[in-house]
Design a protein around this ligand. Structure first.
Ligand code: LTN
Length: 333
C-alpha cells in the first residue's frame, strides 16, 4: 500500500547476465528502474538460470552475474525498496517452470522466433532448455503476480506466451495468476548500431564503433558518436530515410529529456559534427555517475552478497505463496 491507501501495481524485470552492458541496455531498460520504483512495487532479478541455455564458462558466468547485479544497483535499483535477487537462489522458479512446461504445447514453443533464431545461430547446442526458455520466463513473471513487465519489442512474444499459459492455467483450475502486461516505452526501445542504423545495436557486433558500452570512457564514447554513420543532408531533423540521424536524435531525447522539436531547434543551422559531439557528451553525462557507482559496488563483494541474500529473502514469501497455491490446485499432496 502507498500513502494514498491504494495498492501499488507490481513491476517485474529480470536481466540477462551477458557480460557487457550496451547503451541499448541502458536506454531500453536500466534508465527506467528509478522511475518504476517511484511508482510501483518492484521485483528485479538476474536471470542466471536462463543464461545456461548457451554454454557458459563457470568463472566467466560467476563474474558476469555479479557484474550484472552491481550494474543494476548502480543504475538505481535500491535493494531496500525492491526485491533484487539472483534467480537461481529461489528454487521456486525452477519448480514452477517445470509445472508450466506441462501446460505449454510443443507447437507454441516451436513458433517462438527467439528459439528459431538461436537454433540457427547455435546448431550444435539446440538443447531442451532453449526450447522451454519461455516457460521459465513465464514462471519468473507469474510467481510474483506481476502486473507489468517492461520489455523491448523483441520480447513481446514472450509476454504473449506467458499470458496464454496463465490464462490456460486459470481456466483449467480457478484464478491463480495475474495476467501480466508488457510495457513498451515510446522511445529508446530499439537503439540502433552507430555504423549501420538499420540494425539493432548489439554487443556482439564485430565493428567496435557500432556499439557504445555503458563502461566506455568519455573519450571512447565521444569518438564513437563522431564516427556514427548519418546521411549527406546535413540538417538535424527526424524524418524518413534518415535512420542514422533518427537514431542519434532518439538517443539524445532519451538521455536529455528534450523533445524532437527542441532538438531540431537547438541544432538549426548547425552541422552534424556539432550534433554528434553533443550526443556523445550527453550520453557520457548520463553514464558517468552510474560508472562511478558501479566501480564502487563491484569492489565491495561483501556488500553485494548482503544485498542479493536479502533480495532472495524478500522475494521468497511471494514466490512460495504462488507456488503453494499452484501445487494445491493441481492436486499435489
Ligand atoms: N528473456 C529476457 C530476460 C528475462 C526476463 C524474465 C525479462 C528472463 N526472465 C522475466 C522479464 C521478465 C531477456 O532476454 N532480456
Amino acid at each position: 500500500m502507498n500513502n494514498t491507501g491504494v495498492e501499488k501495481k507490481r513491476v517485474l524485470s529480470l536481466l540477462q547476465p551477458t557480460g557487457v552492458f550496451t547503451l541499448g541496455n541502458y536506454i531500453g531498460a536500466l534508465r527506467n528502474f528509478v522511475p518504476y520504483q517511484a511508482e510501483y512495487e518492484c521485483v528485479f532479478g538476474i536471470a542466471d538460470l536462463h543464461s545456461i541455455t548457451v554454454r557458459q564458462e563457470p568463472a566467466a558466468l560467476r563474474k558476469a552475474i555479479l557484474e550484472c547485479y552491481a550494474m543494476g544497483m548502480a543504475a538505481g535499483i535500491d535493494p531496500k525498496r525492491s526485491a533484487f535477487f539472483l534467480q537461481s537462489h529461489l528454487s521456486e522458479h525452477s519448480q514452477l517452470a517445470w509445472i508450466l512446461n506441462c501446460y505449454t504445447q510443443f507447437g507454441e514453443l516451436s513458433r517462438m522466433t527467439q528459439f528459431k533464431d538461436k537454433s540457427v545461430k547455435n546448431p550444435e547446442n539446440i538443447n531442451a532448455g532453449l526450447f522451454t526458455y519461455p516457460c521459465l520466463m513465464a514462471a519468473d513473471i507469474l510467481l510474483y503476480q506481476a502486473n507489468y513487465v517492461p520489455i523491448g519489442s523483441d520480447q513481446n512474444q514472450h509476454i504473449e506466451i506467458s499470458r496464454d499459459i496463465a490464462e490456460r492455467f486459470n481456466g483449467a483450475y480457478s484464478p491463480t495468476f495475474v495476467i501480466p502486461e508488457g510495457i513498451i516505452q515510446k522511445f529508446g526501445n530499439r537503439v540502433m548500431s552507430l555504423q549501420d542504423p538499420t540494425k539493432k545495436m548489439s554487443k556482439s557486433d564485430t565493428n567496435k564503433n557500432a556499439v557504445v558500452l555503458m563502461l566506455d570512457t568519455k573519450d571512447e564514447i565521444v569518438k564513437k558518436f563522431k564516427r556514427a554513420v548519418t546521411d549527406s543532408e546535413a540538417r538535424v531533423f527526424y524524418g524518413e530515410g534518415k535512420d542514422g540521424i533518427n537514431n542519434l536524435m532518439e538517443i539524445y531525447l532519451c538521455v536529455t529529456g528534450k523533445s524532437f522539436e527542441e532538438i531540431e531547434r537547438e541544432f538549426e543551422g548547425k552541422g552534424y559534427g556539432d550534433f554528434k559531439e553533443a550526443v556523445g557528451e550527453a550520453v557520457f553525462a548520463a553514464l558517468e555517475p552510474i560508472q562511478s557507482e558501479y566501480y564502487r559496488l563491484i569492489a565491495d563483494k561483501a556488500y553485494l552478497e548482503e544485498c542479493y541474500r536479502e533480495g532472495a529473502e524478500r522475494a521468497r514469501p511471494m514466490a512460495r505463496k504462488t507456488l503453494s497455491k499452484v501445487m494445491k490446485k493441481i492436486g499435489f499432496i
